[in-house]
Structure formats: C-alpha cells, structure tokens
Design a protein around this ligand. Sequence first.
Ligand code: AMP
Length: 113
Amino acid sequence: MSADCIFCKIINKDIAAKIVFEDENYICFHDINPAAEVHVLIVPKKHIKSVDELEISDKELIGQLLLTAKKVAEILNISQIGYKLVCNVGSGGGQVVEHLHLHVLSGKNIRLP
Ligand code: AMP
C-alpha cells in the first residue's frame, strides 16, 4: 500500500471504480479512459511499482496475473474474439501509474495505451 497511489486507493475503496473481478490478490476494473471497446486493468493488490521492481518472492503472485486476465476475459465474454495484453514498464515504456498493472484490450479500434 502506498499512500499516494491511485490504484491503492481503488484497492482500499477510497476511490470508486467499475470492478469486474476481485479476489485476495487482484482487483480488475474498467479503465477510466478506454483505449478500446473493452479496456480493463488487472492490478495486484500488493503495491509493486513495475515489472522492473519484481522480486523472486513475487513469482507466485505474478503467475496469477495471466490467469486472472484469462478469468476476466471469460467474465467479459471476449475469450472467443480474442484480446491484447499490454504492460507498460517505466516512463520510457509509457507507464503513467506507478503500480504494476496489465491492460486487457479487446474489440474494434484498439490503440496502444
Ligand atoms: P499506464 O499508462 O500503463 O500506467 O496506464 C494507466 C492507466 O490507468 C491508464 O490507461 C489510465 O486511463 C488508467 N487510470 C488512471 N486512473 C484511473 C482510475 N481512477 N480508474 C480507472 N483507470 C484509471
């Protein structure tokens, strides 16, 4: 948990979000500024700044990341048509929110977030 982090505030329910799925380790919600017809963020509840800050001890948690994306795709009914997964790393990689997250994008007119 990081006091200034917008995603930590969503995890703590201090800020509202349109939640698609939540369990002990992850929260998944619609992006506020969608870059596609379907645009959901998969966010670990543990505050990890980016992929670049991962430790070996995060192995199991990060293993759940793609499985959670798959689950969200099932919930959103996009498994059949397919989807794009994007993870921006660091400012040079286009990351704006410094809390690791995976973008799930599907539908027409996908632009890279
Ligand atoms: P990134 O550029 O990879 O860091 O992506 C951050 C994403 O978070 C952007 O697509 C934003 O639109 C999204 N975002 C920022 N604030 C919120 C919020 N309060 N609720 C939902 N999505 C948000």
